[in-house]
Design a protein around this ligand. Structure first.
Ligand code: GDP
Ligand code: IMO
Ligand code: MG
Length: 430
């Protein structure tokens, strides 16, 4: 019974949307296991661009079901607006989308607190997406969260908001912010209740039942392993576990169910928000990569920081992720470069470092060591097999494989579905 995990292996925005769209073709269920509407997964279908934030990207395939797992934090307004936008564009959503009853809700005060905390951090800000993600997860851990199942009963919902109100009033006051009224918060959320209530299910019963029945399931990761709360570049991370460890707790399945883990990497590196980025590039190449790769956040529109491929960082993701197959994305973005660098290791304190160390906050401590490759200076978009790639591009891919010890089975040379090279087709049949 196959359960395939798709996980970002850098700092998010690797191109997971395209890979999920590809594999969803053959799936019965696509399930998000963590994160929230901080994600932005872009899928291009027949030249039309669609960005999914909270709903699994698989929804664009008409014959499958989608589940927002209990490990996801759900902003009721964002969910309903995304459902409506998809339906307005002709996608049938409601009979196919389900929300696990244990998913925690992002409340209006979480969004506000996210902005307040960022403002207070000043120069040390994380550069969050401002969606209240970390604050909702913090309440979950503090056992003062409100879950999707609380939307079934208004008294229960109102009582919870009332119970947690004194804590928040106190907190808001300490930030010099106006207090909020319980009834206003209740109204703001409850107005979406009738749209959400019919979607709420016992997630583990649904997914395990489908697995027992022989269904093919894709677990759609958001963000990337280097943004993982436990294994990423803490504290410049998101507040969930994008790494495959999050699949079991986020969906309520056993690790024994996972049959394959597809890691998604870009042919260079990007990062949105603050945090260490050893291979980051300034003028002139950084802004060029941003322009050629259209590297602007799919959620916040912020320009993404760009840099060379970092094998040191990827080795950590491969270690944590147990990746069985890699998808290499956006190779075409490097088309115009006359030379391309790859960071093979760092020098820190005079010592060679091959694996991204934890706690690297001051990147001046880490010197990236590069190997330089000739560019191909031609357009890759039309290549449909590895052999059709120019020799310099093949050399680049083979070198990356050797540096990190993993095979790139899926190579993407453009945003469209057809701009893809499979090196081992059978491996991608779910
Ligand atoms: P995700 O968050 O990992 O799903 O990635 P995003 O959707 O945020 O960002 C990836 C962007 O790159 C999207 O705009 C995709 O359409 C685009 N994209 C995906 N694969 C390729 C590729 O091979 N080449 C180019 N040029 N663009 C790609
Ligand atoms: P997808 O799924 C890239 C980053 C934010 C910030 C940090 C914490 O499209 O790859 P948060 O709002 O989660 O508390 O912000 O995480 N971040 C992402 N960066 N892609 C994403 O999602 C991201 N989701 C969050 O920029 O640095
Ligand atoms: Mg994205």
């Amino acid at each position: 019974m196959p359960l395939v995990v798709i996980v970002g292996c850098q700092w998010g925005d690797e191109g997971k949307g395209k890979v999920i769209d590809f594999l969803a073709h053959d799936a019965d269920l696509v399930a998000r296991y963590q994160g929230g509407n901080n994600a932005g997964h872009t899928v291009i279908v027949d030249g039309r661009r669609c960005v999914l934030h909270l709903i699994p990207s698989g929804i664009l395939h008409p014959n499958l079901k989608c589940l927002i797992g209990g490990g996801v934090v759900v902003d009721p307004q964002a969910l309903v607006e995304e459902v409506q936008a998809l339906e307005a564009s002709g996608v049938e959503v409601r009979p196919r989308l389900f929300v696990s009853e244990t998913a925690h809700l992002i409340m209006p005060y979480h969004r506000k607190l996210d902005h307040m905390m960022e403002a207070r951090r000043g120069a040390n800000k994380i550069g969050t997406t401002g969606r209240g993600i970390g604050c909702a997860y913090a309440d979950k851990v503090a056992r003062q969260g409100i879950r999707a199942l609380d939307l079934r009963d208004k008294d229960r919902f109102v009582n919870k908001v009332k119970t947690f109100s004194p804590y928040y009033q106190h907190l808001f006051q300490s930030y010099g912010e106006d207090p909020w009224r319980v009834d206003e918060v209740v109204d703001e959320v409850w107005r979406y209740r009738d749209d959400i209530a019919p979607l709420i299910v016992d997630g583990p019963t649904m997914i395990n039942g489908m697995l027992r029945g022989g269904a093919k399931v894709l677990a759609e990761g958001a963000q990337g392993i280097l943004l993982d709360l436990d294994f990423g570049t803490y504290p410049f991370v998101t507040s969930s576990n994008p790494s495959p460890g999050g699949v079991c707790t986020g969906l309520g399945i056993s690790p024994r169910e996972v049959t394959r883990v597809v890691g998604v990497v870009k042919a260079y590196s990007t990062r949105v928000g603050a945090g260490p980025f050893v291979t980051e590039l300034d003028e002139p190449i950084g802004p060029k990569l941003r322009e050629w790769g259209a590297e602007f956040g799919a959620t916040t529109g912020r320009p993404r920081r760009c840099g060379w491929f970092d094998c040191v960082a990827l080795r950590r993701s491969l270690q944590i992720g147990g990746i069985t197959h890699l998808a290499l994305m956006k190779l075409d973005v490097l088309d115009r470069l006359d030379e391309i660098k790859v960071c093979t290791h760092y020098i820190i304190g005079g010592k060679r470092v091959d694996m991204l160390p934890f706690g690297l906050e001051n990147i001046d401590e880490a010197e990236p060591i590069y190997e330089t490759f000739p560019g191909w200076e031609s357009t890759l978009g039309a290549a449909r097999s590895f052999e059709e790639l120019p020799e310099a591009a093949r050399r680049y891919v083979l070198a990356l494989e050797e540096f990190v010890g993993a095979r790139m089975d899926f190579i993407s040379v453009g945003p469209d579905r057809k701009e893809t090279i499979f090196r081992s087709k059978e491996l991608f049949v779910v």
